[in-house]
Design a binder for this molecule. Structure first.
Ligand code: FNR
Length: 189
């Protein structure tokens, strides 16, 4: 069982991205254990706070470093990804040269209720994650259109093609973690 640190980049109680995350968690329950990180409770990044770092920050780093992989589930905000996600990524990337993300096998998925899909937001994210030291899975990409009824409140996927696609993604991510997990260097204390 691999431990996956999950960042859901929406704070909305009715988030379609959170629903997608829970759906993937259910489909992967025999091989991946999802640990949902608290990104809402983080202060805005401030270098000065390292003098006496808030528990929510040290806990974030501890849980990232305990993970075998990371999963980012993100909406698109104005053709980019939400600031709350950037804030969390930045916190765990510091102190300097002590990034908790280093060599972390990472996947990005995103959901929207509309048709335009999160592709632009994910594109921005894909361009910065290597700076954090993360190893990003290229394929399959997931630009999920959360149509009404496609996933029930009990997280049942009602369309066979969509279910097969999501199951395929779970297989691919599991294999990606197996392949690249060995490259994950021990965190610097
Ligand atoms: C959006 N939304 C949006 N959708 C999109 O496809 N492209 C975009 O650029 C944007 N921009 C955007 C900005 C802001 C500030 C908000 C609040 C929303 C719509 C967005 O996809 C929709 O609200 C989703 O439901 C957000 O995901 P969660 O919160 O339901 O997971």
């Amino acid at each position: 069982m691999k431990n996956v640190a999950v960042l859901v980049a929406s704070l909305s109680a009715n988030s379609v991205n959170r629903k997608l995350a829970h759906t993937l968690e259910k489909l992967a329950e025999d091989k991946l254990k999802f640990d949902y990180l608290d990104i809402a409770g983080l202060p805005y990044y401030n270098n000065d706070l390292w003098a006496n770092p808030p528990t929510v920050v040290t806990e974030l780093k501890r849980r990232v470093e305990a993970a075998d992989a990371a999963l980012i589930v993100t909406p698109e905000y104005n053709r980019s990804f939400p600031g709350v996600l950037k804030n969390a990524l930045d916190w765990a990337s510091r102190p300097y040269a002590q990034s908790s993300w280093k060599d972390m096998p990472t996947a990005i998925v995103g959901a929207t209720p509309g048709a335009t899909g999160t592709a632009a937001g994910q594109g921005h994210l894909r361009s910065v994650l290597p700076v954090y030291g993360m190893l990003v899975m290229g394929q399959p990409e997931v630009y999920f259109n959360m149509k009404p009824g496609l996933i029930t409140d009990d997280l049942e996927v009602t369309d066979d093609t969509t279910l097969a696609f999501l199951n395929g993604w779970v297989q691919s991510f599991g294999a990606f973690i197996e392949r690249h997990g060995l490259e994950k260097a021990p965190a610097i204390a």
